[in-house]
Design a protein around this ligand. Structure first.
Ligand SMILES: C=CC1=C(C)c2cc3[nH]c(cc4nc(cc5[nH]c(cc1n2)c(C)c5CCC(=O)O)C(CCC(=O)O)=C4C)c(C)c3C=C
Ligand SMILES: [Fe+2]
Ligand SMILES: [Fe+2]
Length: 362
């Protein structure tokens, strides 16, 4: 038996199509310790995420973390879970459907749009297998992380490459590495903040909180920190904010090592202690609301800020299904498809001409 994945038989006459694959992190199947354990095990066994020597980490993960964290995290997930499931999954599903609809409205032909999760389901392997069965021979992969990090974007792409290694007939591949400074993405963020200001007025300060990563990854060449700062600066410029009117921080520290600073939790505390009377908070590194934004920021963060003496705390939702964001996503896809659609149109014409001629198939 070969180690290849099942694929449709090759034919010159089959309708070829372009696949657009959005990849997000993944999320547990349910807000329970039982569902959290396999999810966290897969996530935290990824050597792009945890860069500690394997044997030592295996002992810590299996001996300590997987015996304590699933239950603690399950309680947090339970506090944000919706009737349709985990917010991360619900938002990714919505974004995929809206993108598909918009690309259709823009007249893109023979395009298959789908999403996969790096950890958990639907897996990258299952979705690429389905796409191949639908005749996808050109694949555009877009990890849903605006800022590139080894521990998010790169590991999502690793998974794609691993799956392609198992295909006898590989599709042509393009990847979107990042979009941290894409004008459409920055504009969608600005619209999100402005809509919030219109409804609630403007707070004293705007805090932009990005997911953190270990500090050593910056020293070893990961561009993530710089990309977050650039997104923050571009958003502030677009909103006309001075340096005193906004602050950038990093959340979700995991473990005891130093992570990127300033930490979001310490910043909430400091702003609270300084008597900040009102604070707007946005998480530009997450294109959809999830545990890290809804629980860690909108709930825990609010508590930390106000407990320290802060005033009004106003969380600004992520881009989610904002029309500005879906349009930016469609633009990003179209930009990255350049040349491919023309090839598809030409192929269709050639197929027709061949069929009209001798019925030759090669
Ligand atoms: C936005 C990009 C992300 C980077 C970079 C990232 C790095 C990173 N994360 C962990 C550990 C955990 N992250 C967890 C949740 C989580 N992380 C991201 C995004 C990035 N992580 C998202 C979108 C989510 C939310 C998932 C959801 O279901 O809503 C978790 C799980 C939750 C928990 O138990 O706290 C862990 C663990 C590390 C160690 C890391 C970089 C080294
Ligand atoms: Fe994370
Ligand atoms: Fe967190």
């Amino acid at each position: 038996m070969s180690g290849y994945l099942p694929e449709p038989p090759f034919s010159h006459d089959s309708q070829a199509s372009t696949g657009i694959l959005l990849i997000n992190l993944g999320t547990p199947e349910a807000p329970t310790g039982k569902a959290l354990r396999p999810y966290l095990k897969q996530f935290l066994s990824d050597t792009r995420v945890i860069e500690i020597p394997k044997a030592i980490w295996w002992l810590i993960l299996n001996g300590i973390i997987l015996n304590t964290r699933p239950k603690q995290s399950a309680e947090k997930y339970a506090s944000i879970w919706t009737k349709d499931g985990s917010p991360l999954l619900v938002n990714t599903r919505k974004q995929t459907a809206l993108l598909k609809g918009l690309l259709g409205e823009r007249g893109l032909r023979n395009v298959v749009v789908d999403y996969a999760m790096r950890y958990g389901n639907p897996s990258v392997e299952s979705v690429i297998t389905q796409m191949r069965a639908k005749g996808v021979d050109k694949l555009l992969v877009l990890p849903l992380y605006p800022q590139y990090a080894g521990s998010s974007s790169a590991t999502a792409l690793d998974e794609v490459f691993r799956v392609l290694m198992k295909l006898r007939n590989m599709p042509t591949l393009r990847t979107v590495r990042h979009f941290h400074d894409d004008p459409g993405y920055i504009d969608a963020l600005a619209q999100q903040v402005q809509a919030h200001w219109q409804q609630n007025g403007r707070a004293q300060k705007l805090l932009m909180s990005f997911h953190g990563v270990p500090r050593f990854t910056l020293d070893k060449g990961d561009p993530y920190h710089c990309e977050c700062l650039k997104t923050g600066r571009l958003l502030a410029e677009r909103l006309g904010l001075t340096k005193e009117q906004y602050v950038i921080s990093f959340q979700s520290r995991f473990g005891r090592a130093e992570w990127l600073q300033p930490y979001t939790s310490a910043t909430f505390e400091q702003l609270g202690k300084q008597g900040c009377q009102s604070l707007d908070v946005i998480c530009p590194g997450f294109v959809g609301d999830c545990l890290e934004t809804l629980e860690e920021i909108a709930m825990e963060g609010k508590h930390t800020f106000q407990h320290a003496g802060g005033g009004e705390f106003r969380y600004i939702p992520c881009l989610n299904d904002s029309p500005h964001w879906i349009a930016a996503l469609a633009d990003l896809v179209e930009k990255n498809l350049q040349g491919w659609q023309e090839v598809i149109e030409q192929d269709a014409t050639l197929r027709q001409q061949r069929a009209q001629a001798l019925g030759a198939s090669c």
